[in-house]
Design a protein around this ligand. Structure first.
Ligand code: ZN
Length: 382
């Protein structure tokens, strides 16, 4: 069995939105209260409070506060579990010798989701609507069918819009039929990706436009007077802009990964340490924006589902040596887009790197380039 999440847009009425806000507020208070308890217990008695005690705390809270009475107990338990996860992550990172921040108290702005633990207990699908305890039957947009059985859900506020994530248990996906093709992929800044077959995918056109638009929104937000109604509005504008760019990027990479998975049996990519590269100021923005981290994660996930193989290879010297004879190009700068070797090789720099990446995986020689490969990736954005 596999776990899959399906996201749908929700359209609550004004009253339902207020009810959702109550759920958010109450669960946030429980989270903050439990955090306070844990903190004090540790500071004063060197005692560790665990999840069980957190549940009891939530129960007490529910009894004490009138507002909390209508809130389903699972909503509060999920908040306690969120806190538990925050602490676990904190301790794990401390153990690894990192310097994480202590779990924070959540303000209104830092708390935007509530969860339910069991289908039919607090939430269910009623006709075409989502029925939620304490809120009622909310209108929902069914842009696709979910698969399998719904287990849990999470309702999220995203820049004043509401969505629900239905977490489902589904049958394992079927592997794709083999294509007999192997590819090496160079991830770069000039072209987003270059394959060992010489195909390139560039940064989509909307990318620069969206950046400029975001900067403009950011500026008007910063100019607005502190605490004013306008400032609130502008902030929402900025948040929406960020969500929009995020969705565009997600859509773009999802399609790219889909295409790669359907075209190749084995995909070889560089094992880039993205956390390290972000420290390099010049490369930073393009790398973060290009969403390589997302691309890699998505590729690995989808490949596993489809029965495809992804091989991660050491990225050192992939662009600096000849893919034909292995000679090292001395003094190659980032500005040089074309490489020429004494052995007769004359190639685009990134194409050469992609061939090296493929070679490094030690798999079959690159197969004959077939005619179909000319149009292996076409996007309306390009
Ligand atoms: Zn050579």
């Amino acid at each position: 069995m596999a776990i899959r999440t399906f996201q749908y847009r929700l359209y609550p009425t004004k009253t339902q939105e207020q009810a959702l806000q109550v759920l958010l507020d109450v669960s946030r208070n429980v989270y903050n209260m439990a955090l306070e308890e844990r903190k004090l217990a540790w500071e004063h008695e060197k005692k560790r409070i665990d999840k069980r005690e957190g549940y009891l705390l939530a129960k007490q809270y529910k009894k004490t506060f009138i507002q909390a009475k209508i809130v389903h107990s699972h909503v509060l338990q999920v908040a306690i579990e969120d806190l538990d996860r925050a602490f676990k992550a904190f301790f794990r990172r401390v153990k690894n010798g990192e310097t994480p921040g202590y779990p924070r108290f959540k303000s209104y702005r830092r708390w935007d989701s509530i969860g339910f633990k069991q289908y039919g207990n607090g939430f269910s699908i009623d006709g075409r609507r989502l029925k939620v305890s304490g809120v009622g039957r909310m209108r929902m947009r069914w842009h696709r069918k979910y698969l399998g059985d719904i287990k849990t859900c999470r309702i999220i506020r995203k820049a004043e819009k509401w969505v629900v994530n239905l977490v489902c248990e589904t049958a394992d996906p079927l592997p794709l039929p083999p294509t007999g093709r192997v590819v090496g992929i160079d991830m770069g800044i000039n072209a987003l990706i270059t394959t060992s077959e010489g195909e390139q995918v560039h940064n989509p056109r909307w990318y620069g436009e969206a950046q400029a638009e975001l900067r403009r929104k950011q500026r008007t937000f910063q100019r607005a007077q502190m605490g004013s109604h306008q400032r609130k509005k502008k902030l929402l504008d900025v948040q929406r802009g960020h969500h929009h760019v995020k969705n565009q990027r997600k859509d773009f990479f999802d399609k790219l990964v889909y295409k790669l998975i359907h075209t190749y049996d084995v995909i070889v990519i560089e094992n880039l340490k993205i956390a390290n590269m972000v420290k390099n100021r010049h490369l930073c923005k393009s790398i973060l924006d290009a969403g390589w981290g997302y691309f890699k994660r998505r590729l690995l996930d989808k490949a596993a589902d489809a029965g495809r193989e992804v091989i991660l290879v050491d990225p050192a010297y992939t662009s600096k040596c000849c893919s034909n004879c292995g000679a090292i190009f001395e003094g190659l700068t980032l500005a040089q887009r074309w490489v020429v070797c004494e052995c007769g090789l004359s190639l685009d720099r990134d194409h050469n790197a992609a061939l090296n990446i493929l070679k490094r995986a030690g798999r079959v020689r690159e197969p004959e380039r077939c005619e179909q490969s000319q149009a292996w990736f076409r996007s309306p954005h390009l």
